[in-house]
Write a protein of this length. Structure first.
Length: 484
């Protein structure tokens, strides 16, 4: 089993069920119908895992307990006694997750949940008693859903189906029917707070710096990046512009685009003198110049993008006309295609020329913005002048020379810790060590010299040699000392 993949599904399962339960408790009696809410664990997830393991011929109870997806909850919104007596239908939300058991057990990467997996999860509710069926079914998948599975969320209930999966930027991908989205129950699935959504916007803006500083990003593009409705992007963009003064909204042909200047707008931090200069019509600051030039470049980039789209369509028509002309059978058909090709190529030449003009203008603006940005960045740094650098170097050299001289003087006049009497005593001891070492070395040398001076003995048996060696000391004792 892939432990990492199992942990990913388990974390998503806990996160989803916790969010649902907390939202239900917070919104009941306020934005959701009901007097109270009751949450209970159900066996939907365990039954699904057991069926999947049975299809795989795996009947290990320990494996069943270790797999993710064995949790499921039912949230019951109670309406009170009077509503119960009147027969008002009870609202029940059933939530569980879909886990690809085969992929997790085999250690493979999990694929998105398909249409069949969603239908199998919904089939268990069809056989339930009518008074116990859920009104809303929430199915989650940590690996996402296929396009065919997403289509099931658009179908009207009952029960209403809500499919939820995690997004790569940390958000939630939630799909439901239009009727469900317009009902009071839609607030139950607003898991993301305004601050969390703002953080996701900042994340995508940091990934799209090049586009922001060239062509800008439209509100529709931002909505697609965030996975929200276009009308929800406006407040997020306004908040982002307030927090980052380099961001701005550029309107071109009625379309609002978010752009970013390389330099921050200094209007809010301008001094009184700078404001007076602006009122008098004097030359604006470098930051304001960069801001104006960036707005112009965004508009030019957008215009060139439109021209590039036209050129791409004409080039496609050109290729199609050439292929059709090559396969034409009659001369009349070939002449018609040749006339069309002439018109297409004439339009292509015009649009390419226009695109080149936009390209040259963008290049000029980009170079000027780059130079102004470098100038502004250099002016903000209070760097030392050449005179300051020279003076500091001379002072440092003088200090180092004086320090070196003082170090040499200290070494030459250093007083030792040893007294003269102690030094003489140590010298005598060292000489004694040398004499003792000389005597010790002379004794082995004399012994080896005497052995080398003895004449070699004739060859004899080893026993005779030993006997003679034993007789020599006895003879020397019997003879005694001799007179000189």
């Amino acid at each position: 089993m892939s432990a990492a993949e199992a942990d990913r599904f388990r974390v998503f399962e806990t996160r989803l069920l916790t969010q649902l339960e907390q939202r239900a408790k917070r919104l009941v009696k306020r934005k959701l119908p009901g007097k109270s809410v009751e949450t209970m664990a159900v066996g939907d997830g365990t039954d699904a895992l057991r069926n999947a393991l049975r299809r795989m011929n795996r009947r290990d109870p320990d494996l069943l307990d270790s797999l993710p997806g064995n949790r499921a909850i039912q949230i019951h919104f109670k309406r009170g006694l009077w509503a119960t007596l009147r027969g008002t239908p009870q609202d029940r939300v059933r939530a569980t997750t879909i886990v690809p058991v085969e992929s997790i057990v085999s250690g493979d990467d999990a694929s998105p949940a398909g249409r069949d997996a969603v239908l199998d999860a919904l089939a268990r509710y069809e056989v339930m008693p009518r008074n116990g069926k859920p009104s809303i079914v929430v199915l989650g998948s940590a690996s996402g859903f296929s396009d065919a599975a997403w289509d099931l969320a658009r179908q009207p209930g009952p029960p209403h189906v809500v499919l939820i999966s995690p997004r790569g930027d940390g958000g939630w991908d939630i799909r439901m029917s239009d009727a469900m989205r317009k009902s009071d129950w839609a607030v139950l699935f607003e898991f993301e707070t305004a601050d969390e959504r703002q953080e996701r916007l900042q994340y995508h803006l940091s990934q799209q710096i090049e586009a922001l500083e060239t062509r800008g990003l439209s509100m529709d593009e931002l909505a697609a990046l965030l996975g929200v409705a276009p009308e929800q992007v406006g407040p997020l963009v306004e908040r982002a512009c307030r927090s980052d003064r380099r961001l701005m909204v550029v309107v071109h042909d009625g379309q609002r685009r978010l752009a970013r200047s390389p330099l921050a707008d200094e209007e809010r931090s301008m001094s009184m003198w700078s404001r007076i200069r602006r009122w008098l019509g004097l030359k604006p600051s470098i930051a304001q110049q960069v801001l104006d030039l960036t707005q112009q470049r965004v508009k030019l980039e957008q215009a060139r993008g439109e021209i590039d789209g036209k050129i791409e369509r004409l080039e496609k028509d050109e290729r199609s006309a050439v292929q059709s002309g090559a396969s034409a059978k009659t001369l009349v058909e070939k002449k018609q295609l040749a006339g069309k090709l002439v018109r297409v190529r004439r339009e292509l030449t015009r649009f390419r020329t226009q695109a080149q003009v936009y390209t040259n203008q963008i290049e000029v603006l980009g170079t000027h913005i780059h130079h102004l940005s470098l100038k502004q960045q250099g002016a903000k740094m209070d760097l030392p002048s050449a005179e300051d650098l020279t003076r500091s170097a001379a002072e440092a050299e003088s200090v180092m020379a004086e320090l070196s001289a003082n170090a040499e003087l200290a070494q030459s006049i250093e007083v030792g810790m040893m007294s003269p009497g102690q030094s003489d005593a140590e010298d005598e001891i060292l000489k004694e060590f040398e004499r003792e070492a000389g005597v010790t070395a002379a004794q082995p040398a004399a012994t080896s010299t005497a052995r080398e001076a003895m004449p070699p003995l004739p060859s004899e048996p080893a026993s005779a040699g030993r006997e003679r060696a034993n007789e020599a000391p006895a003879r020397m004792r019997s003879e005694g000392p001799q007179a000189g």
